[in-house]
Design a protein around this ligand. Structure first.
Ligand SMILES: C[S@@+](CC[C@H](N)C(=O)[O-])C[C@H]1O[C@@H](n2cnc3c(N)ncnc32)[C@H](O)[C@@H]1O
Length: 191
């Protein structure tokens, strides 16, 4: 297993390197139209790298971060309300959030299906989901998957179009953007 609990310092200082410009543009586009005080949940937030980028697009939102590794969360910025927990059992009431993010975290979840069920429970109807991860259909994506399996990680990587179909089963309308070995998904939960 990757010892995330001991990697907070590393992610705080170097975690943003893996976010490229088009991915950040997608994130800002995703947040376009959000009004003040709408609530967003960053799942597998780590030190809050994705929320920090989102904050630069819109600093009026109410940010919540969830991660099992306290050693990551302790580096989160003060405007993030932090919760220790896992994606498969979200400690929130139904319809609590206007949007959910997952930045390079989905492939670490032990049970992505359970996580999607939970996301559709805590999202309001019409709520939005943004995912950024690595494409297992590409050479680099496959290589990362192989290495993570060696490290004992769940390595639940997807080909983005397969993930699209899976999310549709949970009631999402999905748009995929491909960036070579990476992809983003912008989706919303149907009313
Ligand atoms: C590669 S880090 C990404 C952190 C952050 N989103 C970023 O972009 O820097 C993956 C994170 O997923 C978290 N994680 C692992 N299993 C999880 C689970 N079942 N539910 C939620 N988060 C999980 C890890 O603790 C870790 O902080």
């Amino acid at each position: 297993m990757i010892p995330f609990n001991n990697l907070g310092f590393v992610f705080k200082h170097f975690g943003s390197i893996i976010y490229s410009k088009p991915i950040l543009e997608d994130l800002c586009l995703f947040l376009h139209g959000f009004t003040d005080k709408e609530s967003v949940l960053d799942i597998g937030a780590g030190t809050g790298v994705m929320s920090e980028f989102a904050y630069r697009c819109n600093d009026k939102l109410k940010f919540t971060a969830l991660d099992p590794a306290e050693g990551m969360l302790k580096y989160a910025p003060a405007y993030l309300e932090v919760h220790v927990g896992v994606a498969e059992a979200l400690p929130f009431e139904e319809s609590s959030f206007d949007a959910v993010f997952m930045g390079e975290s989905l492939h670490h979840f032990n049970n992505p299906n359970m996580a999607f069920k939970e996301v559709s429970r805590v999202l309001k109807k019409g709520g939005k989901l943004f995912i950024y991860d690595f494409d297992s259909g590409t050479f680099l994506g496959k290589s990362i998957c192989f290495m993570e399996k060696l490290l004992g990680e769940p390595a639940n990587f997807y080909k983005p179009n397969i993930l699209k179909e899976l999310l549709e089963e949970y009631g999402f309308v999905v748009k995929v953007n491909h960036y070579k070995w990476r992809y983003t998904i912008s989706a919303y939960l149907q009313e």
